[in-house]
Design a protein around this ligand. Structure first.
Ligand SMILES: Nc1nc2c(ncn2[C@@H]2O[C@H](COP(=O)(O)OP(=O)(O)OP(=O)(O)O)[C@@H](O)[C@H]2O)c(=O)[nH]1
Ligand SMILES: [Mg+2]
Length: 230
């Protein structure tokens, strides 16, 4: 079940909140997520495999193009989707483009209006009225950070889930290797602290993970940038 939307609307924050564990990094920078990441919600009578995706936007760089196509690919394999918009800003052309794609693909969709904690009631009602025109299967106003209305989102997703096998063993929250998640967390720590083009020019390579005798895990990682000046 892909989770799609414009950059920075809170897709990764929502995936973490629904899974109940940190499986994806988040930041105030757009284009934080660079890979599709599976997060698993496992309950006795269902299992939801959420797919966090990069934000869909008008690409200006090769990285942007790649991120968009990763998100688009996640829709072609999907039976249903979660579409995230935000209450704090007006619904814009970027949101409309994604809504159009979901409708054209005929994907049953749960549309969530996120960040209601930071908006007033009038804004939330206005977003719901505009988004309501798209005719999606369900609409839920939520706050991924405050944890508001997360159970209703799960219920609406479950209502759209096709019957299928349990793909992941109980207790598993993500399909990522530990090494990848560690590298992502290192990258996350830099994102909010850097300016200009630097957040986008950053990659982290985890080189060694050593369990030391004193019980502390030592991680050696290399932070790569694009140019010497960086
Ligand atoms: N106030 C408020 N902020 C939120 C909420 N959910 C997410 N945010 C903030 O919005 C910013 C973006 O969150 P992310 O989860 O990284 O957004 P994203 O959609 O995954 O972004 P990309 O991966 O770049 O496409 C972060 O600063 C979050 O803390 C919410 O419910 N309320
Ligand atoms: Mg993200």
């Amino acid at each position: 079940m892909p989770v799609v939307g414009r950059p920075n609307v809170g897709k990764s924050t929502l995936v973490n909140a629904l899974v109940g564990a940190k499986v994806a990094i988040t930041s105030s920078r757009p284009q934080t997520t660079r890979n599709t990441i599976r997060g698993i919600v496992d309950r006795p009578d269902f299992q939801i495999v959420l797919v966090d995706t990069p934000g869909i936007h008008r690409p200006r760089t090769a990285l942007g193009k790649r991120l968009n196509s990763l998100a688009a690919d996640s829709l072609t394999e999907a039976d249903a989707a979660v579409f995230v918009i935000e209450a704090t800003g007006k619904i814009g052309p970027g949101d409309r483009l994604i809504a159009g794609r979901l409708t054209a693909a005929g994907l049953p969709t749960v549309c969530v209006v996120n960040k209601v904690d930071a908006a007033d009631g009038e804004q939330v009602v206005e977003r719901l009225a505009v988004a309501g025109e798209w005719g999606f299967a369900a609409y839920v106003p939520i706050s991924a950070t405050a944890g508001t209305n997360l159970e209703p989102v799960i219920e609406e997703i479950v209502a759209l889930l096709p019957e299928g096998p349990r793909y992941f063993p109980a207790g598993m929250t993500s399909d990522q290797a530990n090494e990848f998640l560690i590298g992502e967390i290192v990258r996350e720590k830099f994102l909010d602290r850097l300016r200009d083009e630097l957040p986008h020019s950053l990659a982290v390579l985890v080189e060694e993970i050593t369990e030391q005798d004193n019980g502390v895990t030592r991680i050696d990682a290399r932070v790569l940038v694009e140019r010497d000046s960086q």
